[in-house]
Structures are given as structure tokens and as C-alpha cells.
Write a protein that binds this ligand. Structure first.
Ligand SMILES: *[C@@H]1O[C@H](CO)[C@@H](O)[C@H](O)[C@H]1NC(C)=O
Ligand SMILES: *[C@@H]1O[C@H](CO)[C@@H](O)[C@H](O)[C@H]1NC(C)=O
Ligand SMILES: [Zn+2]
Ligand SMILES: [Zn+2]
Length: 472
């Protein structure tokens, strides 16, 4: 049995190794065309209607079946165990070595071929025919640099690190989906890519994964985030821009330090920085269309250490957000101008650094319209149409946006609130908890979205397949 499994894996691995280079050699999908306001418009996704392949009942059966498979007690226990193991051993962005190893061990056991390393610690698994269409499911793996304050059996064992955004649950759910998709892989009409991505929390792991080229021919990508705001058994999503593009800035305002009681012999950077912060607040309130949502927040102010000493310099830092590329670029330029010129008013010099190497700008997250329709069908049949809540856009950002910028993508929230289980704190709280009862829904949604996407797009790919006949 073991030998047979290893043999099959070796054969699949060989086939995939042959296929992947040719996948990459195919003509990539065109990049999204920017509209006048800079928001990437929905790419023209194939418009084959679901009804041409699947009737409503077949669709319903797929998602309901997957939910039943995901709710099996042995599968549930396995997912929960994985989630808790990861929770106990949180790792920061691009350091997810043990998490990545755990993922690969489980994929090995399930018999799923994968590529590693991708973007340092990332793993990409493959299930299905090895041929188009290609649909990707994404989970982020990183934790946060903060101390867990929840007292429970599986509390973080690493001081100062915590899974406080639910990425441990995301990994567990994608592994759960991997397992049930592998069980049903004979029904897959194409290939599912399992994307385990490093460094979502500011490091831009998604960008690095795209740069590796491994997703070059992916036709669509789905991602989810657990939500401490919406009830268990619901999902929240919408079409179009759902999360802002974001960037960070840091500025050093240089003056001349000296005695606090003899200000005429100094150049006071504290006062200059204070005026800069006030001026920055005018960018949104006075220079921006009130109907075009934007944010500038100065969240960091460091300078001085004594009551009677004016310091040499002050450091300020913060974030800026916008819902279009154009507004974002405009904000970025004005932040530099305001900081430098306002510093000059008070005889200080200022430098501004966006440090995009360590903190890349995140694009706007734009949900594809056709995928939104597919999602509503799948989630509606699985959970009931009344369980699909409308997600209002927020100024928060997600590096899933790098995917939606490059590939038709869809990102949704998975409800996990159960009032009988106490209060669920928002993400990045030291008291953050995941309701594990929500995990089977995420598993089933992943599996159903991938399966139905492939079924819907098999005809298109059959025609495309004939053009790349030599790929095996
Ligand atoms: C859907 O599932 C039900 C119950 O398992 C079954 O009776 C029915 O034939 C299925 N329908 C289709 C179209 O597969
Ligand atoms: C600012 O830069 C100018 C030009 O280099 C220099 O002359 C001036 O002394 C600087 N001022 C401060 C406060 O560092
Ligand atoms: Zn987070
Ligand atoms: Zn997160």
C-alpha cells in the first residue's frame, strides 16, 4: 500500500515536473487594464454560464457534498489538530519554516505533489489533471510579533509571537480542502493549485510568489479570511474594490538641539513635526474628493527624552490608504511635499522614506465580477442565499491584492461568531480567538469553489488544450 502510494506520487511528480515548465511557457493572461481612476477593471473572464454545464441541482450537490465531507468528525479533528499545532508555534513573515515543513509533511501523507521553496517558505501543491484550467486557492501562513494574552491549552509557546489574525486557521482549512479534493480528484476537470503563502502581514509574500512565476498561468484565485465580525455559517463578500491600497512612510525631521529654556539657539524639530502632522491631515480633508475614500494616519512620533532638552531630530511615521491607484500616487507625492516644505517653514530639513523594499505598497483588492457570481452560487447552495452578507469596502488592506491585480481573483470573509462562545476580538488583538467550528465551512467553500470553477471552464480549456497539445 505504502509502496503503491509512493509510486503513484513519483509518477504524478514526474508528470507535473514535465508540465510545469510548459505551463509557464504558455502565453500569460493580459494584465488588467487600468481605468481612468486607476482601479483595475474586472478582466474578461470566460462568460460560459454555469447552466451550460451544471444545472442548479448538480451545483448544489457539489457544495453540499463537500460540506458533509468537511464535517466528518475525523476530518474535523485532524484540521483542528493542525490549526492548534501551528497556533502553538507562530512564525513571522518569511520565517515560516516549521509551518511550511508541517504543510509539506501533510501533503506528503495525502499524496499531493508540490513545489518548494517558493518565495522563501511558500509551498504550492497541485491536485487534478495537471492540465488547464488552473484554479488556485490561497492561505497565508505568518503570525504577528505580539504576545498572546488568551489563556488556553494551545497558547503560543513563543514569547512575543502570536497567530492573532487567524492565519493558522487559514493553513488548516486549505490542508482540509487538499484532503477532500484529493479524495475527489477523479472529478476534477483541471488542476487546483494550493498556494501556501508567506508574509501577508506587511512583507508582501503574495508579490514574491507571483514573481516566482509559478502562478503565471493560473486562470483564477480564491482566498478567504476568518471574520470575528460575522456569524458562523455566513460569508461576507462583494464584487469590485473591497479593500484599500496601502503604503507606509517614515520621516526624519532634523533640527538643532539645545537647552529647552533657550529656544532661540535651537531649531526645534518637535514643533516642526507637530505642524507637519497637522498639515498632513489637510491632504484628505482639503485636497481630496469627499466621495473618494482615503486615509492618512501618523501613528508614530518619536523625539526627545528629557523635559529640558530640545532634541536634534524627530521621527514620525504612518500609513496612507486609497481606493484607486491614481489617488494613491497623488497622496504619496503630496506626503513628501508637505513633510519637506512644512519642515522648511521652521528651518528644519526632512527626509521621507517609504521603505518599499521591506514594506511594499499593497494594491487595491478588487473582486472579479464573474467570480462573485460563481461564489454566490456555491455559497448560496451550501449555506443558503440569506447567509451571504454584503461586505462593505474597508480601508484595511490585504496582500491578496497582488493576486487580484495579476489574476482574476476573489476574496471573501468566513463568519465565525457564535455568541454562546463569548466575545470574539478583532484581528491583531492579544485576546484574538478562532472559533474552530467555522473551519469545515472554509474547507468546503475552498473545495467547492475550485471544483465548480474547473467544471465551468473545462470547455474553454478544451479548446485551449488543443493548441498546446504537446504539453505532455
Ligand atoms: C443530488 O443529490 C441527491 C441526493 O444525494 C441525488 O438524489 C440526486 O440524484 C443528485 N442530483 C444530481 C443531478 O446529481
Ligand atoms: C538643512 O540642509 C541645509 C543644506 O544642506 C543646511 O545648510 C542646513 O544646515 C540644514 N539644516 C538643518 C537644521 O540641519
Ligand atoms: Zn492581519
Ligand atoms: Zn490576516
Amino acid at each position: 500500500m505504502e509502496v503503491l502510494r509512493l509510486c503513484l506520487m513519483a509518477i504524478f511528480g514526474l508528470v507535473m515536473a514535465l508540465v510545469i515548465p510548459s505551463i509557464n511557457a504558455q502565453v500569460p493572461e493580459p494584465a488588467p487594464a487600468p481605468t481612468s481612476d486607476g482601479v483595475a477593471i474586472d478582466q474578461a473572464t470566460p462568460t460560459l454560464s454555469i447552466s451550460s454545464f451544471l444545472n442548479k441541482e448538480e451545483f448544489a450537490n457539489i457544495s453540499v457534498n463537500f460540506l458533509n465531507l468537511a464535517k466528518r468528525p475525523e476530518l474535523f479533528d485532524w484540521i483542528v489538530r493542525i490549526r492548534r499545532t501551528i497556533h502553538e508555534n507562530p512564525e513571522l513573515g518569511f520565517e515560516e519554516f516549521e509551518t511550511s515543513k508541517l504543510i509539506r509533511n501533510e501533503l506528503d501523507k495525502i499524496g499531493i505533489f508540490y513545489k518548494y521553496p517558493v518565495a522563501v517558505t511558500g509551498v504550492v501543491g497541485f491536485i487534478g489533471t495537471g492540465k488547464p484550467p488552473f484554479v488556485a486557492l490561497r492561505a497565508d501562513m505568518d503570525a504577528l510579533a505580539m504576545q498572546e494574552e488568551v489563556d488556553w491549552k494551545h497558547k503560543s509557546k513563543i514569547p512575543g509571537k502570536m497567530h492573532a489574525c487567524g492565519h493558522d486557521a487559514h493553513v488548516a482549512m486549505l490542508l482540509g480542502a487538499a484532503k477532500i479534493l484529493q479524495e475527489q480528484h477523479d472529478d476534477l476537470q483541471g488542476t487546483v493549485l494550493l498556494v501556501f503563502q508567506p508574509a501577508e502581514e506587511g512583507g508582501g509574500g503574495a508579490k514574491k510568489m507571483l514573481e516566482s512565476g509559478i502562478l503565471d498561468n493560473v486562470d483564477a484565485i480564491f482566498g478567504l479570511h476568518v471574520s470575528p465580525r460575522s456569524p458562523i455559517g455566513t460569508v461576507a463578500a462583494s464584487s469590485g474594490p473591497i479593500m484599500a491600497g496601502s503604503g507606509f512612510f517614515e520621516a526624519v525631521i532634523k533640527g538643532k538641539g539645545g537647552h529647552a529654556a533657550i529656544p532661540q539657539h535651537t531649531i526645534d524639530p518637535i514643533l516642526a513635526a507637530s505642524n507637519i502632522i497637522v498639515s498632513l491631515q489637510h491632504l484628505v480633508s482639503r485636497e481630496t474628493d469627499p466621495l473618494d475614500s482615503q486615509v492618512v494616519t501618523v501613528a508614530k512620533f518619536k523625539g526627545g527624552s528629557a523635559f529640558n532638552v530640545i532634541p536634534d531630530f524627530v521621527t514620525i511615521g504612518g500609513t496612507f490608504r486609497a481606493f484607486s491607484k491614481e489617488s494613491f500616487t497623488q497622496l504619496k507625492q503630496r506626503i513628501v511635499e508637505v513633510i519637506k516644505r512644512q519642515a522648511a517653514v521652521q528651518r528644519c530639513n526632512a527626509t521621507v522614506d517609504f521603505d518599499t523594499k521591506n514594506r511594499p505598497f499593497y494594491p487595491v483588492t478588487v473582486n472579479n465580477k464573474a467570480l462573485h457570481e460563481q461564489f454566490r452560487n456555491v455559497a448560496g447552495q451550501m449555506l443558503g442565499i440569506d447567509k451571504i452578507l454584503e461586505k462593505k469596502p474597508t480601508m484595511g488592506s490585504e496582500d491578496f491584492s497582488f493576486f487580484t491585480e495579476a489574476i482574476p481573483g476573489y476574496f471573501y470573509l468566513l463568519g465565525m461568531v457564535d455568541e454562546t462562545k463569548g466575545r470574539f476580538e478583532s484581528g491583531h488583538s492579544p485576546f484574538y480567538r478562532v472559533n474552530e467550528d467555522a473551519l469545515p465551512y472554509g474547507v468546503a467553500l475552498h473545495a467547492s469553489l475550485a471544483t465548480t470553477y474547473l467544471l465551468e471552464h473545462q470547455l474553454k480549456s478544451t479548446t485551449r488544450d488543443q493548441n498546446v497539445h504537446d504539453e505532455l
